[in-house]
Structures are given as C-alpha cells and as structure tokens.
Design a protein around this ligand. Structure first.
Ligand SMILES: Nc1nc2c(ncn2[C@@H]2O[C@H](COP(=O)(O)OP(=O)(O)O)[C@@H](O)[C@H]2O)c(=O)[nH]1
Ligand SMILES: [Mg+2]
Length: 143
C-alpha cells in the first residue's frame, strides 16, 4: 500500500514498478487496487479526518510504502504516525532526478520523523534510478 501527499509520485511509482512503459498518470480519485499495489489519493493522507479510511485499508496490506517528494521540505503526517502499524513500513524518496543531495537527505529525515523505520530508497520513476533495489525489497515482502 502506497502512502504520501498530493503529487508525491505514488501513482507514477506504481506504474514504473508494475509496467514496462510509464505513461501520464491520471489524478487518483479514490483508494484503488492496482495489480499488487494499493494506490491512495494524497488528499486522504493530508487531512486527518480522511486518513482514517487509509488506516482501515492498511489492514489489507503486507507492506506500507511511504513516498516523500524530494523537492518538498514538508510532510503531512504527524510525528511517529507510521509506528501504529504492525506491518513493515518502508520509505521512498521520489523525484531524485529533480533534487539536490541536501534535499534527498532532508526528505529522508522527514520520513524518519513520521515513523518510517524500514529501509529508505531514493528513486526516480522518470530515469529509473533506485527502482531495481526497491523492487527487490518489495518482492521479499510480497512473496
Ligand atoms: N521528475 C520527476 N517527476 C515525477 C516523478 N514521479 C512523479 N513525477 C511527476 O509528479 C507528478 C505527480 O505524480 P503522481 O504519480 O500523479 O503523484 P501522486 O499524486 O502521488 O499519485 C506527475 O506530473 C509526475 O509525472 C519522478 O520520479 N521524477
Ligand atoms: Mg495518484
């Protein structure tokens, strides 16, 4: 199950992980089951009262993937939010093709602050960097 704010790159990441060709993704309107992934709307993550429906959906998930846009210096989740889940929680710093090293480090810190205790992968869905490592890690959780 993929979590993150509006425009973090969740849908694009799912497409990059599951399809050969990345095309333009449409705006995610609702919680959507896509192949092995559960895609979620960023609006649900950003608003506390909508987050509850994500928490209910998380029940179904084997692993939670939290996407932080490397070009944004903020996260919408409360500190230690992801510690409430019993599943493994891993992080993705997205859009590394657009970011400086310092921005990637900042995004990593944000993920740690919100309780992402698992591995963190720096990826670009556009140039493909980091995707193999992420795919490899996910396959161990999903086998
Ligand atoms: N440069 C770059 N753009 C990206 C990357 N991932 C997503 N995007 C762009 O970011 C925007 C939001 O992506 P989307 O997948 O819809 O985000 P979502 O709201 O989290 O599902 C789109 O214009 C994507 O093309 C990336 O790794 N690099
Ligand atoms: Mg989306």
């Amino acid at each position: 199950m993929v979590w993150g704010g509006v425009g973090a790159g969740k849908s694009t990441l799912i497409q990059a992980l599951t399809q050969a060709q990345v095309s333009r993704v449409r705006k995610t309107q609702t919680i959507a089951y896509q192949e092995v992934a559960i895609d979620t709307p960023g609006e649900y993550a950003e608003r506390g009262y909508l987050r509850q429906s994500l928490q209910a959906t998380a029940f179904d998930a084997r692993v939670l993937v939290v996407v932080q846009d490397a070009t944004r210096g903020t996260s919408f989740f409360p500190p230690n939010y992801f510690l409430m889940f019993p599943q493994p929680v891993i992080g993705v710093v997205s859009k590394t093709d657009l970011a400086t090293g310092a921005q990637v480090e900042q995004a990593t810190r944000l993920l740690r602050q919100i309780g992402v205790v698992g591995e963190i992968f720096n990826v670009s869905a556009i140039n493909g960097s980091g995707l193999d490592q992420l795919r490899q890690s996910l396959s161990t959780y999903l086998e």
